[in-house]
Design a protein around this ligand. Structure first.
Ligand code: UDP
Length: 322
């Protein structure tokens, strides 16, 4: 029998499995891996992903797509070098609509993806999140902070499944000795976000493009820090290729209030929209900003794309969609 790690005889390319390959980040990761010479096996069940995000890969001999729910057993003949587990809903609206699927993909899906990595002798990376810090009492958030999460609130299904996913990843690392990586992703934006996913970037941009009121939740003083997808994916790639197995924050530390963000969007789109206030959703974190000292030191990474520049590309994308 061939050793597990051996690659296909006709290929010197590393093989990557990307779960959630038709999603916003999964599809951009897939593009980057293909550009860096990987063969990619993408898996998605299109619950929140879209075939349009991977349309352009049709006919690419180095891309294979499997339509599957990753909470089911993942069976692959192929040798695999890297497993990138990106499948998950990622919007608070999705958590309200499909809380059980959100919990299942973070828990059972992570279990299946780790099982695949173990079986193939592959390196594994889990797409974790700043949400594991909950409504943080430490600011900016360092990787050492354990978080302030409500288990039973509307976001608990996402936060707790990702916390479980981190715990399971460390357990596989310790017990089965597999090489694992944990990235904590902060708010990210860019082309291929779903127009109606309810998150602040698609919401504000589509409202502004239609000259409709911009819906700022609460008083708008809550903060977020937005990272352009290309910066984020580069940081995540470097983390996978590093030898560091503890969590690393990847995000842009440029923090702003949601009111400031609404004004940025109005300016960038040249919109006539005015700002209106809507009730603040339950458990909405009051402030969020990554401490990226670890990523800087370990990965020699920091964001390169300023918000104004990233917004131009993102708005261009949304213009064709709204
Ligand atoms: N938000 C808003 N208006 C919207 C959508 C979101 O003011 O139409 C706020 C939301 O309350 C939160 C921030 O924008 O404080 C970011 O929300 P998002 O859903 O993008 O993601 P989160 O960072 O909360 O997971």
């Amino acid at each position: 029998m061939a050793p597990k790690k051996k690659r296909a005889a006709n290929s010197s390319r590393p093989v990557s499995v990307v779960t959630g390959a038709a999603g916003f980040l999964g599809s951009h990761l897939t593009d980057l891996l293909l550009a860096r010479g990987h063969r990619v096996i993408g898996i998605d069940n299109f619950v929140t992903g879209s075939v349009r995000n991977i349309d352009h890969l049709g006919g690419n001999a180095n891309f294979k797509f499997i339509q599957q729910d990753v909470t089911e057993f993942i069976f692959l003949h192929d040798a695999v070098d890297f497993v990138w587990h990106f499948a998950s809903p990622a919007s608070p609206i999705d958590y309200l609509e499909i809380p059980i699927q959100t919990l299942k993909v973070g828990s059972l899906g992570t279990h299946k993806a780790l099982g695949l990595a173990k079986n193939k002798g592959a390196r594994f990376l889990i797409a974790s999140t700043s949400e594991i810090y909950g409504d943080p009492l430490v600011h900016p958030q360092t990787e050492e902070y354990w978080g302030n999460v409500s288990t039973i609130g509307p976001r608990g299904c996402y936060d707790e499944s990702k916390r479980f996913a981190e715990a399971l990843t460390m357990a596989y690392h310790r017990e089965h000795k597999i090489a694992t990586r944990i990235v904590r992703i902060f708010n990210t934006y860019g082309p291929r976000m779903r127009v109606n996913d309810g998150r602040v970037v698609p919401a504000f941009i589509s409202q502004a493009l239609k000259n409709k009121p911009i819906t700022v939740f609460g008083d708008g003083k809550q903060t977020r820090s937005f990272c352009y997808y290309a910066d984020l994916i580069e940081g995540i790639y470097r983390l996978m290729m590093s030898d560091y197995n503890l969590p690393v924050n990847i995000g842009n530390p440029c923090e702003m209030t949601m009111l400031q963000f609404a004004e940025e969007i109005i300016k960038a789109t040249g919109s006539k929209s005015r700002i209106v206030h809507r009730p603040l959703p339950q458990d909405d974190p009051k402030q969020r900003k990554p401490d990226i000292a670890k990523a800087k030191a370990l990965l020699k990474w920091e964001p390169q794309v300023p918000l104004a520049q990233g917004l131009v590309k993102t708005i261009e994308y949304f213009r064709g969609k709204v």
